[in-house]
Design a protein. Structure first.
Length: 157
């Protein structure tokens, strides 16, 4: 088995955090969201309880391929996205795409990128907060459905 893999949102954060965690960790970035609602048919199946249909966005195909490769060789995968609905959703999407269990995958949060804050976060991991994920998905679905219902000021949908 290899090192622990920690996935963050921002590539700028990755290098600094990797220095703080040392040789046991490889830190990589997802570059934000890796999936979005499918553009076709709004990406929401209104006939099946408003089920979302997600796709890996074309600009993230390479990132996802790299992360999948790293996951195969990792001792353990950790997620360190922002502590808000969007960050929680990014962690959940990473779990879905990389074959990780959101109920057991370690998720850390920190409010500053300092060595003590990062080390403390690693000592106190949690898992993905699926309530926040549900809140983000509901918001994203409502945004998508309402955007397709009302023409914009330019007349485009």
């Amino acid at each position: 088995m290899g090192k622990h893999l920690l996935i963050v949102e921002s590539p700028a954060k990755a290098k600094t955090i990797e220095k703080y965690l040392g040789s046991d960790f490889t830190v990589k970035s997802s570059y934000g969201h890796i999936r979005d609602l499918d553009k076709g048919d709004k990406g929401v199946d209104v006939e099946k309880s408003f089920s979302p249909r997600y796709v890996i966005t074309p600009d993230k195909q390479k990132v996802v391929k790299e992360l999948k490769s790293l996951v195969k060789n990792a001792k353990e995968v950790w997620l360190a996205t922002d502590e808000d609905r969007e960050g929680e959703a990014i962690s959940w999407h990473l779990c879905e795409v990389l074959g990780l269990d959101p109920h057991t995958t370690k998720r850390i949060v920190f409010h500053e990128i300092t060595k003590p804050a990062i080390q403390k976060a690693v000592q106190e991991p949690r898992t993905v907060d699926l309530h926040l994920v549900d809140a983000q998905q509901a918001r994203r679905i409502l945004d998508r459905l309402s955007a397709s219902s009302y023409p914009s000021s330019s007349g485009k949908r």
